[in-house]
Every structure is written in C-alpha cells, then in structure tokens.
Ligand binder design. Structure first.
Ligand code: AHG
Ligand code: MN
Ligand code: MN
Length: 342
C-alpha cells in the first residue's frame, strides 16, 4: 500500500472491489458519488456561519422536526448526485416522507440507498460536529425499476454502510464487510486520504453516551444499567465517563475509536416514542453494520439491530451500540429487569 499521504479513498474502493467479484465498477462509482456529496456538504458546513445557509427553512419534516437549511442542502445534494447516476433504483432519505423511485429519463441501477443527509442537525448553528449516514443494499425486486422492498431489507443484507463526519476535520468512515476504514479529507487536494486503516473498537470502553434528560421515561432496566455505570468499581473501570454530543455520528465515532457505549433507548417521552427516537434504516442499521465489522455490537436491548425486519421507511428502534461487552451487559440488565409483562 503506497504511503498514507497518497492512498485515496477511490484506490481503496477499487481494492475492496477486488474482494467482491460480483461487484462491477458500478458499486465503486456509487461509493465515489457519496464521497463527492460529502465533499460538497463539507464545504457548505465549514462556511455555514458565513453564508445564508444557517437557520430554519420554516418547513417541518415527516419526523415533525424543523428542517434546517443545511438539512435541505445536504438532502438535495445527495439526491441530485444519486438520482441521475444510473447506479441507484431507490432512494430513502430522512428528509422525504416517501421513498424516491428512479424514473425516466434517469436509468435505474442495481442499488438502493438509505440516508440521513445531515445527522445531528440540532447542532448546526451552534457549531457542533454533524454528519451524513448512508446504507447500501442490492436491488432485490424483479421489475425494471425499483420498489420500496429494495430499501426494506435487514441490516445484515447491507453491501456497504458508512458516514461522513463534519468535525475538526471531515472524515469518511465506511465498510463493505472487510473491516472498517477511515479517510480524512485534505481540502487542499480535494481527496479523502487513508488516515485510520482497519479500525477496531475496544471490547470494553469506559465512556457512556445517553441523554440523561430522558431518565424519567426510561425502563427499569435502563435506569439500573446507567446507575450501575456510575458506581465505584475499579475492577471494571467504573464509574464510566459521560460524553454526549447529541449528534449520533459524533458520539458513535468517538466510541468507535476509543471504546464505549451509546444508548438511545425506548422512552415513553410524551408517549410518542415507545420505539425510541432513532430510525432503523438510515441511522441504526448502518451504524450496526459498521460496529459489527469493527468487532463491536448493536442491539435494540433484546436483539441484534442487524436482524430487525424493516416494515416502513422511517421506522424507529431503540439503539444501544458500541463496545461488545458493554452492549451485551446492557442486554443482561434488560433481560433481568424488563421482563415481558405476561
Ligand atoms: P437528526 O439530526 O438526523 O434528526 O438526528 C438527530 C439524532 C441523533 O443525531 C442524536 O443522537 C439524537 O438525535 C439526539 O437526540 P436528543 O436531542 O433527543 O438527545
Ligand atoms: Mn440523524
Ligand atoms: Mn438528519
């Protein structure tokens, strides 16, 4: 492998392609399309304070959330790059209520892409890092064009998953199943260069990330687990440190590199979130695939996120993700204290 300074993400994609004999250039080109969108969004995020791109559009999205201008920009950038690429048959995005079917005059391709164009958008105008999350499945429907079924596949069937984090530097982290690899954008040459080859998450961490403001709405198992992390026990490295940025990509990325556990459990807040806040297709499943490939684990509290069957595009799920032993320990608390009411 040539020096890190010249190992671009494109060369890495092509290397990965060799281990997927069925993949043709189309798959690599699709990953390159997403990297291009990341560069364009990074440029806007990094000058957000200077141009009229901050603030709200005045619209409310399907999630019932205020749409930030940067959400809209990121969404439009990704859609306009992907919908005419000829590589995609269906697009599912957090910002659009309905799935996007690629129709004439555009050519329909072999892949279905689910995406969160801008994750952590409540942090945009306070200059806290945000990100883009993507998940790629192979087209499974028989017709010449895509169907929603192409998007509604389990996380285990993903061909690739990744994110771009717009932080102190812009990084793209992805997996196609052979390890997890991180690339840092060098804006002076406009290339993502290899900076974190073969990322492995520590089996156990000593950091936990959760919005403690939801404490009152947690289940008994979640309450006991978080209390357990705060007790003194040098043997197991407790009490853990609390780190919560409120941007999944940022909290996930830190824990991926240093170890730790991120939790967005089901909460009964305003009784509207029995299944938690995060979305399965374009937040939980891609993060679950990445962490799995890096030696970690992702659960809804009872089962592996990768085995959840999506029924609809914006389906929510509790997400507990990070170091393998920490997430398994959480599942033990849920099994012990949240026994299904018979
Ligand atoms: P998005 O900006 O795409 O809607 O995602 C925000 C998510 C996720 O990034 C983060 O982990 C979580 O919302 C934070 O939620 P709370 O503010 O309720 O803690
Ligand atoms: Mn999000
Ligand atoms: Mn978002």
């Amino acid at each position: 492998m040539p020096g890190k300074g010249t190992w671009t993400i494109e060369r890495h994609f092509m290397l990965q392609e060799k281990s997927h004999p069925e993949a043709k250039g189309e798959f690599t080109q699709l990953l390159m399309d997403i990297a291009l969108a990341g560069k364009i969004i990074s440029r806007e995020v990094n000058k957000a304070g200077l141009v009229e791109i901050l603030g709200l559009t005045g619209e409310i999205n399907i999630q019932g959330e205020q749409v930030q201008k940067l959400d809209d920009f990121a969404n439009k950038t990704l859609i306009s790059i992907l919908d005419r690429s000829g590589r995609v048959c269906m697009l599912g995005t957090e910002e659009n209520t309905e799935a996007i079917k690629i129709l004439p005059p555009y050519t329909s391709g072999h892949y279905a892409v689910s995406m969160d164009p801008l994750d952590g958008s409540s942090n945009i105008d306070v200059n806290v890092s945000v990100g883009t999350i993507f998940s790629i499945h192979r087209k499974v429907s028989k017709g010449p064009r895509g169907e929603e079924a192409d998007l509604l596949q389990t996380g285990r069937k993903q061909l690739a998953a990744g994110y771009i984090i717009y932080g102190s530097s812009t990084m793209m982290v992805y997996t196609t199943g052979n390890g997890v690899h991180g690339f840092t954008l060098d804006p002076s040459v406009g290339e993502f260069l290899l900076s974190h080859p073969d990322i492995r998450i520590p089996k156990r961490g000593n950091t936990y990330s959760v919005n403690e403001g939801n404490y009152l709405f947690w289940s008994e198992g979640t309450k006991r687990y978080i209390k357990y992390l705060k007790e003194m026990d040098n043997q197991s490295g407790r009490p853990y440190t609390s780190r919560y940025i409120g941007s999944l990509v940022s909290d996930f990325h830190r824990n991926l590199l240093h170890g730790g556990i991120f939790l967005y459990p089901s909460d009964q807040k305003d009784h509207k979130r029995p299944h938690g806040k995060l979305r399965l297709l374009y937040e939980a499943a891609p993060m679950a695939y990445i962490v799995d490939r890096a030696g970690g684990y992702a659960s809804d509290g009872k089962k592996n996120i990768l085995d959840l069957e999506p029924k609809e595009l914006h389906q929510r799920t509790p997400l507990i993700v990070g170091s393998y032993e920490d997430v398994k320990e959480y599942e033990e608390f849920i099994a012990e204290y949240d026994k299904e009411k018979k």
